[in-house]
Design a protein. Structure first.
Length: 258
């Protein structure tokens, strides 16, 4: 219980630190602007206007939320090391693993808070424009939240042993590859090379399958969404985050801050 309390305390302090970051507000502002401009883009089409509006809105939420997760997240641990405040924190009865997980928890809370704000703007713009909003949209937005937790975990992993710039590039690369992993698997399956098929299979199993968190098409077109399309990605995300944080904690325990 004391470990959980320490992690929670670090998480709350991380939220306070993150919300003072001007980059967060800049990205959040542009996200809301993009959601609002969806009305202009949607007005171009008289038939698919509401769907285009929501396509733009959901894409903006995913894009800017990921940007916040990466570019704000990778600097949190580095900032503690750079300011040497990490020595003060670790001098207390707090393990390195608890510190790292606390940072992750705090950043996830921050990301989910801004996701809630973006989602509220999306709902308001949709309703004012006469576009329907239902449980399909809630499912799509909820899975974006799980996807963001995975991105934060990956950013935490790279932040545990490298610089913010490299961590940003690596995390962005994993994010992009995660959305292409299914295509790579299909390329390997369709190839005549057994070695290529094995390589693409390994890549698919190692990288996060982030495309399973994209229900934008189903939500916008009001297509039925099976319960398994929601709870299976959630379970997968929990397992992937746990594995990444375990690896990150192991690396961070061995890091030399001198």
């Amino acid at each position: 219980m004391k470990a959980i309390e320490r992690i929670w305390t670090i998480g709350l302090n991380t939220v306070r630190e993150a919300i003072r970051n001007k980059l967060l507000y800049t990205l959040l502002f542009f996200a809301i602007v993009m959601i609002g401009t969806g009305v202009i883009v949607g007005s171009i089409s008289y038939v698919e206007g509401s769907r285009i509006l929501q396509d733009v809105g959901l894409a903006s939420i995913r894009l800017f939320s990921t940007g916040i997760a990466i570019f704000v997240g990778v600097g949190l641990i580095h900032g503690e090391v750079y300011r040497r405040t990490i020595y003060t924190i670790l001098s207390k009865p707090v393990s390195r693993a608890e510190f790292l997980i606390g940072k992750f928890v705090g950043l996830v809370m921050t990301i989910w808070l801004q996701l809630l704000i973006m989602s509220a703007a999306f709902v308001v713009v949709s309703l004012l424009s006469g576009a329907p909003v239902d449980l399909g949209h809630a499912s799509a937005l909820g899975l974006i939240g799980v996807e963001l937790a995975i991105v934060v975990a990956v950013a935490t992993l790279f932040s545990a042993f490298t610089t913010p710039m490299l961590a940003s590039f690596f995390t962005l690369g994993i994010y992009m590859m995660g959305h292409l992993s299914r295509d790579l698997l299909q390329i390997g399956a369709n190839s005549e090379s057994a070695s290529l098929e094995r390589i693409t299979r390994v890549i698919y199993e190692v990288l996060p399958d982030l495309e399973m968190y994209n229900l934008s098409i189903q939500a916008v077109h009001q297509l039925p969404i099976a319960a398994s399309e929601v709870w299976l990605p959630v379970l997968y995300g929990l397992g992937y985050v746990a594995a990444i944080l375990f690896a990150a904690s192991h690396i961070f325990e061995r890091r030399d801050f001198k």
